[in-house]
Design a protein around this ligand. Structure first.
Ligand code: ZN
Length: 202
């Protein structure tokens, strides 16, 4: 296989990218100059070395010196320890932070549980989540998941998983209000929509 085809195959593994788009990326790269390509290759080699997974929220964070195991959000003493928002992916985290509606802590599930999935623990971070909610400061868990069938399935699964533990420690489990349009991933809504969904959580 030649380099064009090999690169096309790699790009088509990216989320949401089909073979046709993947090939456009390859031809785009061919039109760039050497310094662009050098910068890109350098960053690709660095990213895994520089970024760590937070041991508390499981988020990817920049940690070039590898001198901490938890991210800046989890370490921030101004953020409320009594609220834990459960979200699917890092991109959702970025969008919620951008909206500035929320000042609590997060937990990143790492995916969704598709409706027919027999082994949800292969899809989301079940054991890490159970460990995380042992934190006795938590008073409210907010489920902030996509408004689509897989998101709703994930919500049911996580709620069932957490209810016994939550009842034991009188933790309230809420979810974002339904101001969000159907089919949406939390990566996309604008700040006002998120603000309303957060305010109207039930
Ligand atoms: Zn963290």
């Amino acid at each position: 296989m030649n380099t064009i085809n090999k690169l096309t195959e790699l790009f088509s593994k990216f989320p949401g990218i089909g073979p046709r788009q993947a090939k456009r990326f390859v031809y785009f790269l061919l039109t760039r100059n050497a310094s662009f390509l050098e910068e890109l290759s350098r960053l690709l080699l660095e990213i895994k070395k520089e970024v760590s997974t937070c041991e508390s929220c499981m988020r990817f964070f920049s940690n070039p010196l590898h001198n901490t195991k938890v991210c800046e959000i989890c370490r921030d003493s101004n953020r409320h320890n009594d609220m834990l928002m459960i979200i699917e992916r890092d991109a959702d985290f970025e969008n919620i932070e951008k909206s500035k509606i929320y000042e609590g802590k997060y937990f990143i599930l790492g995916g969704k549980v598709p409706i027919l999935e027999k082994n949800p623990e292969n899809r989301i971070r079940v054991s890490q989540l159970k460990e995380r909610i042992k934190d006795e400061n938590i008073k409210e868990i907010i489920l902030a998941l996509s408004v689509n069938p897989d998101g709703e399935n994930t919500e049911r699964y996580v709620r069932e998983l957490l209810t016994p533990l939550a009842e034991k420690d009188s933790i309230k489990i809420t979810m974002l209000g339904r101001g969000l349009s159907t089919g949406i991933e939390l990566e996309y809504p604008d700040s006002d929509t998120l603000k309303n969904a957060f305010k109207n959580r039930t």
